[in-house]
Ligand binder design. Structure first.
Ligand code: NAD
Ligand code: MG
Length: 382
């Protein structure tokens, strides 16, 4: 029995992933039951026993009380601010409301802002933390798969304006990321799949082992097996942390953070046509976009057909959206291409894309003919 108990304890010991940034190194802690243990975990790294938790109403209803209890048990003074759920909260109006509420509580320079929620809460709270009193310590507690594998690591924060998404923001690294995979149990499976697309993306960009792991365990991840979720989050965060460490401020024109946009040029065009109202989630658009990026790479002679076939088979096997023809749509290839050419400056009919030489071998390509992009969209049933 002691053996069994030891094995269980080991199983539930959180995984710790160091993010080795020069100026602001920090850890991503991944595991189950972390919300209930947040007080003890944060007590060791925060400069003051005082925090402001920012969350949205959906997440607050589920997880704010256990978090506050854990924090107060460890001696923290806790205040909380709750915003409506959804992308609309990444706005200047909400930014003003939250900063007003924080300043009204007379926060101090060493008071920490904790984001408890998905990418929306993380981006808003992070930007609030970056600007308030010229920068408060910040902690991410991501509660969606997308935010655990993507938005909580890397330090990008921001809000939207009428000119576009994420146009006001700052790089503001957290002091710690606590990714509690138990919190994913309440997430709709559609949101799990949307987050899973960014895990597959990480493998396809530069971690062929991760993609092979996905082929073996992807179904269990989507079925929300906690151990598989924790391993997937760890592997995807490790991949993103490595990219971010080598290009913290997205200054590299080749490679670096730009590679994280694999599948996203197509994805953003699809979102522009049918996203932002729940019809098509970002991750769903990325899933289709990943396959289109492979199709384009095959068409241009960079990538073997067999790698495209593996990607298609995996997306189909895990029930991920894979084809434009699966969408209930009213646009054509020309309309999508217009979004892409408007998005990115075109030079002599050529576009910049993240392409692949195969699974795990992404690169930035500056001279993709617009005609080839159009042909791929038509080939996909557009
Ligand atoms: P989200 O934050 O809107 O969460 C999705 C929905 O799930 C919301 O309705 C939320 O209330 C609900 N929810 C959250 N956690 C839950 C839980 N555990 N149980 C039940 N419901 C829960 O969306 P998201 O997909 O997490 O994040 C999308 C945002 O992330 C976008 O604004 C995007 O721009 C941003 N993003 C940022 C970065 C970055 O580097 N900063 C990277 C990728 C995406
Ligand atoms: Mg993305």
């Amino acid at each position: 029995t002691t053996r069994v108990i030891e094995a269980l304890a080991l199983n539930h010991r959180p995984r710790r992933l160091p993010v080795r940034l020069e100026r602001n190194p920090y850890e991503v802690i991944i595991g189950t039951g972390l919300i209930e243990r947040a007080g003890a975990l944060l007590a060791t790294v925060l400069p003051q026993k005082r925090v402001v938790v920012i969350s949205d109403t959906t997440v607050a209803e589920l997880y704010l009380h256990p978090l506050i209890e854990s924090l107060t048990d460890s001696g923290f003074a806790v205040q909380s601010i709750v915003v409506p759920p959804g992308e609309q909260s990444k706005s200047l109006d909400e930014f003003r409301r939250v900063t007003d509420a924080i300043l009204e509580q007379k926060v101090e320079r060493r008071t920490t802002v904790i984001a408890l929620g998905g990418g929306v809460v993380g981006d808003l709270a992070g930007f609030v933390a970056s600007a308030t009193l010229r920068g408060l310590p910040f902690v991410q507690m991501p509660t969606t798969l997308l935010s655990q594998v993507d938005s909580s690591v890397g330090g990008k924060t921001g809000i939207n304006t009428s000119w576009g998404k994420n146009l006001l923001g700052a790089f503001h690294q957290p002091a710690m990321v606590l990714a509690d995979v138990s919190s994913l149990a309440t997430l709709p499976v559609r949101e799990i799949r949307a987050g899973y697309a960014e895990i597959v993306k990480a493998g396809l960009i530069g971690d062929a082992d991760l993609f092979t792991w996905c082929e073996r365990h992807g179904a269990a991840v989507i079925a929300q097996d906690p151990d598989m979720l924790a391993e997937a989050v760890e592997r995807a965060c490790a991949f993103k942390a490595a990219i971010v460490t080598e290009d913290e401020f997205e200054r590299k024109s080749q490679g670096g953070r730009a590679l994280l946009n694999l599948g996203h040029t197509f994805g953003h065009a699809l979102e522009a046509e049918m996203g932002y109202n729940g019809r098509l989630l970002h991750g769903e658009a990325v899933s289709i976009g990943l396959r289109l990026a492979f199709m384009l790479s095959v068409r241009l002679g960079y990538c073997p057909q067999t790698d495209l076939d593996r990607v298609t088979a995996h997306l189909d096997a895990t029930g991920m959206p894979a084809r434009i023809s699966q969408l209930d749509r009213s646009f054509d290839a020309r309309t999508l291409l217009d979004h892409m050419t408007r998005d990115k400056k075109m030079h002599d009919g050529k576009l910049t894309f993240v392409l692949v030489r195969g699974i795990g071998q992404a690169f930035t390509c500056r001279d993709v003919p617009a005609q080839a992009v159009h042909d791929v969209l038509v080939e996909d049933g557009c």
